[in-house]
Design a protein around this ligand. Structure first.
Ligand SMILES: Cc1cc2nc3c(=O)[nH]c(=O)nc-3n(C[C@H](O)[C@H](O)[C@H](O)COP(=O)(O)OP(=O)(O)OC[C@H]3O[C@@H](n4cnc5c(N)ncnc54)[C@H](O)[C@@H]3O)c2cc1C
Length: 290
């Protein structure tokens, strides 16, 4: 099938894009890498009279460290992030996670902003953003605003961004000293969306105790989810004495997996328990190296 006819707009600035969306209202949709939107249009699962293509807006294609954050423009390709030394050294979890998205052809077009704005609960980057307490920067007719990741993901494919706002940049806090992070997922085939996945980040005190712990899941609910009870159980613990299998079981209690053609909810819970334990082992190992 082909997409229904639409009017194509190619603004060259954020202000121009915001004005176009304000003019055409709910009949307009932003086009980024097109890796999720174009199939939906072609299959007629979605239909918009106006597409506002962000690909010519250079100010949205940036990777830079500003203060204590790695700031990535929404139109930065997933493959740019994958190859960036700055990303690998400043937020290693992001570099690890982006490699797990689809295939290289998808990452060559797919964008950081598109993945986060699309908010698929099985996607890697929303879970990473939630785990690392990233901040989303939005631009709309009323100006700019910031939304913390914890408030951004509302439901399947739904975010706190209004229909007339675009995601412009995502700020990821720089990995602190004595920290480690890891991502693990299970998919039926390489490049498929994960059936379930886990992301963890650990920071140690100078004495080697767990100062901070963050655990997030993908594919385990309508949004990426944090495992707050398990995080609280880790803080203050001595890494060698903590029972990570028990922590992983607690973590999964905070999830609400659904049942579908690929897996039952119970199967997802079982897989996720093993995955979160593996991420914690890796994160602790990396953190202990300093
Ligand atoms: C075969 C295949 C396998 C894939 N596997 C994975 C996978 O394993 N993991 C994974 O995470 N993803 C996967 N994807 C999806 C891919 O990562 C997409 O790139 C991503 O979901 C959307 O990014 P995009 O830049 O292509 O956005 P688009 O498809 O252009 O847009 C997606 C949605 O986000 C909105 N949007 C985009 N940018 C903005 C913005 N700046 N502000 C506001 N709204 C915006 C659009 O309006 C649209 O609703 C896969 C895709 C395919 C085709």
């Amino acid at each position: 099938m082909k997409a229904a006819a639409f009017t194509y707009h190619a603004p060259s600035s954020i202000a121009e894009a915001v004005a176009l969306i304000a003019t055409h209202g709910e009949e307009a949709k932003v086009l980024a890498g097109g890796q999720s939107l174009v199939p939906m249009l072609a299959l007629r699962l979605a239909r918009f009279d106006h597409l506002v293509d962000l690909n010519r807006i250079d100010e949205l294609n940036t990777i830079e460290v500003i203060g204590d954050a790695l700031v990535i423009g929404a139109m930065t390709r997933q493959s740019q992030v994958e190859k960036s030394d700055l990303v690998a050294t400043s937020v290693p979890l992001l570099a690890q996670a982006v490699q797990k998205i689809g295939h290289f052809q998808i990452r060559n077009r797919g964008t950081i902003g598109g993945s986060i704005a699309h908010a698929d609960p099985a996607s890697e980057l929303p879970a990473v953003a939630l785990c690392l307490n990233a901040t989303m920067e939005l631009a709309g007719p009323q100006g700019s605003r910031e939304v913390p990741a914890g408030d951004f993901f509302v439901s399947v494919w739904q975010t706190a961004a209004a229909t007339d706002e675009i995601l412009t940049r995502v700020r990821f806090p720089l990995a602190p000293p004595r920290s480690g992070a890891a991502i693990e997922e299970f998919a039926l085939r390489t490049g498929d969306f994960a059936i379930a996945g886990a992301v963890s980040s650990i920071t140690l005190t100078t004495d080697g105790l767990i100062a901070d712990a963050a655990i997030a899941f993908m594919g385990m609910g309508a949004t990426p989810l944090r495992a707050s009870s398990a995080e609280r159980a880790l803080v203050g613990a001595t890494p060698d004495e903590v029972d990570l299998t028990a922590i992983a079981r607690i973590a999964v209690e905070d999830t609400e997996p659904s049942e579908d053609i690929h897996a039952s909810a119970d199967y997802r819970r079982k897989i996720a328990t093993g995955l979160v334990e593996r991420t914690l082992v890796q994160a602790l190992k990396e953190a202990s190296r300093g």
